[in-house]
Write a protein of this length. Structure first.
Length: 533
């Protein structure tokens, strides 16, 4: 253990999507910040090349490579869970889609007791962190740290996907983060001029850096609590142990799996879970690790007659090499985009009042090991965005290096099964509609003979996936199951906040990164407001 225990105004645990935003804003305001990140620096070149994220999906050098427990409603399959373990966190290995969710999602948070988190409250924070390539308007901001850009290329299959969706009655939509989400069109991504733009790129720069001590390869083991206040953090770098004190606050930004884990190993969580893991209970807080939510995805896969899919780049080294060269020289072509070009937002049933199903055109299809199939292919993925099923995260050891138990319970709720079924049927309808139908040689999966609801549900159970958007495990609110209050302070303790995807009381109707960055931006504003008092 180092003898010299340094003090900081703030200690931020985890340099992910939210953690970099928090540390950046606190450092920029002149506070002395210690930022602790378990992973290394973001030097791997595939982090920065948008299409490179497929190379990071299962790379343990930048990824925690977690796995869920057996999922009882999905044939007891274990679901692979990549999470970023690198500067930038999961935002450095993700698919870069920028999708905020719907105003009603945030109004719903406010109605559940999260005062100050309705749409009118959060929109200014979405705007203040944004640097929108198209310029400012009522919904978008410019000059912020998060670059949001249009895709660099239009894709022939994406155009066919939009046209088929429109034939099925879906209106065109050129901005899913604008006046309405419903519709079909291209997505925008967190990229700048053909480079990934994580929050490490956006916030950890300029004047802020002078005040932030960034420690990489620093695995936090414990938050130290004394007389009801979080006072310090203990971490390891290799075999060396370190400790630091916080004069102000400790801000936990470990993400939806690791934030509840770090609280639990520190003795903060459900008493029974902690005792079973041999951990002394410091503060019995039943909600820590509960309320796990994620989007569920199920794909229809096609052999394509159009030979411009990601599979073609992978299977033909000359084509792939030429496109990589094009990217390196001009920052254009398929390597400059993420391969997931387009979305169609629909409602999964007549009684659903707003879109709850995101259907995505992905210019690839893969084997179970995520290896592109050896021919031109693509996937139309149906994603249920407002699931009812809930899971949990629980430690089994007091060692922060050991993966906690992750149980999603996908499909536990019958309504989630019906929504997935409706989404899959709609995805297939797009495939059967012109001009998309003309781009298809044949349907690989579910396959022509899988037609009845029972057979399609069996296909979902055997093939459905987590969309890798876990949230909710340190729920914000005021009830007995809440972990943090609307200022993101941990209930019943002083000097400790959680600021990341885990605080969402309910998952948003969109990919989770944009909302998580907004949480980081707003969380920092709460901390700075308290510091000024
Ligand atoms: C493959 C993939 C694709 C995705 N695609 C998209 C997409 O296209 N669009 C989108 O909106 N969302 C996407 N997501 C989800 C999105 O990226 C996450 O919701 C978001 O990054 C979560 O941010 P966070 O700050 O909560 O956590 P993270 O970004 O995961 O940050 C947590 C940080 O804490 C660190 N940490 C954890 N434990 C410790 C410890 N003990 N000590 C020190 N540090 C620790 C981690 O290493 C990490 O850097 C994707 C996710 C994955 C995995």
């Amino acid at each position: 253990m180092t003898k010299d225990v340094k003090s900081y105004d703030y200690i931020v645990i985890g340099a992910g999507s939210a953690g970099c935003a928090v540390a950046g804003r606190l450092g920029e305001a002149g506070h002395k910040v210690l930022l602790l990140e378990a992973g290394g620096a973001d030097r791997n070149p595939w982090i920065h090349i948008p299409l490179g994220y497929s190379r990071l999906y299962a790379n343990p050098k930048v990824n925690w490579c977690y796995e869920s427990c057996e999922e009882p409603h999905l044939n007891n399959r274990r679901l692979f869970q990549p999470r970023g373990k690198v500067l930038g966190g999961t935002g450095a290995i993700n698919g870069m889609i920028y999708m905020r969710g719907q105003p009603e999602d945030f109004d719903g948070w406010r109605e559940q007791g999260c005062t100050g988190w309705g749409w009118d409250d959060v929109l200014p924070f979405f705007k203040s962190c944004e640097d929108q390539e198209r310029g400012p308007n009522a919904y978008h901001g410019v000059g912020g740290p998060v670059a949001v850009s249009d895709l660099r290329t239009r894709h022939r299959l994406g155009e066919a996907f939009h046209a088929a969706s429109e034939r099925l009655g879906v209106p065109p939509n050129s901005d899913f983060n604008g006046a309405r989400q419903e519709g079909t069109g291209y997505v925008q991504t967190t990229t700048r001029k053909g480079w990934r733009w994580s929050t490490a790129s956006g916030y950890l720069r300029g004047a802020a850096l002078k005040n932030i001590n960034i420690r990489v390869n620093a695995l936090v083991q414990r938050i130290r609590i004394a007389e009801g206040r979080a006072v310090g953090v203990r971490w390891t770098e290799g075999t060396a142990e370190h400790e630091a004190k916080a004069d102000g606050e400790i801000i936990l930004c470990g993400g939806a799996f690791n934030s509840p884990q770090i609280l639990q190993v520190s003795g903060i969580g459900p008493g029974a879970v902690l005792r079973a893991a041999g951990i002394d209970v410091v503060h019995d807080l039943p909600g820590v690790g509960e309320n796990l939510q994620d989007h569920f995805g199920i794909g229809a896969e096609y052999r394509s007659t159009v030979k411009s899919t990601v599979n073609d780049l992978y299977n033909n080294p000359i084509k792939g090499g030429a496109q990589l060269l094009r990217y390196l020289l001009f920052r254009t072509g398929p390597f400059a985009d993420n391969g997931n070009y387009s979305n169609t937002f629909i409602r999964s049933g007549p009684d659903i009042d707003r879109p709850d199903m995101m259907v995505t055109f992905m210019a690839w299809c893969t084997s179970e090991e995520l290896k592109p199939l050896p021919f031109s292919g693509f996937t139309i993925l149906a994603e249920h965005m407002r699931p009812q099923s809930r899971g949990h995260v629980q430690v089994t050891s007091d060692d922060a290096a050991i993966q906690p138990k992750i149980q999603f319970n996908f499909f536990a709720d019958e309504a989630d099964q019906q929504a997935a079924l409706a989404g899959l049927k709609f995805a297939r309808k797009i495939g059967q509609t012109q001009p998309m139908a003309d781009c298809i040689d044949y349907e690989i999966a579910p396959g022509r003979d899988v037609e009845t609801d029972d057979a399609l549900l069996a296909y979902c159970r055997a093939n459905g996936l987590s969309l890798l958007h876990p949230v909710g495990t340190c729920k914000m609110g005021t009830g007995a199951d809440a972990v943090v209050d609307p200022q993101l302070k941990v209930h019943g303790l002083k000097g400790l906040r959680v600021v990341d995807a885990s605080i969402m009381p309910r998952i948003v109707t969109g990919n989770t990164n944009a909302a998580t960055i907004m949480i980081g931006e707003k969380g920092a504003a709460h901390i700075l407001a308290d510091a000024r008092q």
